[in-house]
Write a protein that binds this ligand. Structure first.
Ligand code: HEM
Length: 152
């Protein structure tokens, strides 16, 4: 990750972190509007949902300089997501909802450079998670792609 990318991501995160609870609501509204079927795999209570969004955002922003060094933990996280019932096809909508939510809250801070920096980081994190999910799917014979038959 280029130092300029890392700096842009960290700066946006610092500016927005205080509004995490409001961003959480906006993020899940977006995800569930686009994919109502995903409601079933998330825990029903909002405080845990907040944990997810907050954890994802903090993880990305705090580790932006060493995403490559985080390959193993990110792969493990991807493997855990396979266990939650998350499919390959779910990653783009979640990534897009994350970026759109950040854009909504960042306002004028959301320059083309900042947008590109976040996109790079979200892609890198998703790719590493999917590598881990793919290995776990192979080992467990649990499908990574395709329809979710029932809640996990
Ligand atoms: C950029 C990609 C993502 C990041 C960084 C991320 C981050 C996290 C983190 C940090 C947790 C906490 C538990 C753990 O570490 O295993 C978590 C849990 C979870 N994530 Fe994600 N996630 C991502 C993508 C997704 C996607 C695509 C879905 C599918 C809709 C998803 C659904 C869930 C669910 C259902 C849980 C469990 C929540 C619970 O039971 O408390 N995540 N995620």
């Amino acid at each position: 990750m280029k130092p300029s990318t890392a700096k842009r991501v960290r700066e946006t995160y610092t500016a927005l972190a205080d509004r995490t609870p409001q961003m959480v609501e906006a993020f899940y509204r977006r995800v569930f509007a686009a994919r109502p079927d995903l409601v079933a795999i998330f825990p029903p209570d909002m405080s845990r949902l907040q944990g997810h969004f907050g954890a994802a955002l903090a993880l990305i922003a705090r580790n932006v300089e060493r995403i490559d060094a985080l390959e193993q933990p990110l792969m493990s996280m991807g493997a855990r997501h396979l266990g939650y019932g998350v499919k390959y096809e779910d990653y783009p909508i979640v990534g897009e909802a994350l970026l759109a939510t950040l854009e909504e809250f960042a306002g004028v801070l959301w320059t083309p450079e900042v947008a590109a920096a976040w996109k790079d980081v979200v892609s890198a994190v998703s790719a590493a998670m999917l590598r881990g999910a793919a290995v776990a799917a192979w080992e467990s014979e649990r499908p990574l792609r395709g329809q979710r038959r029932s809640a996990p």
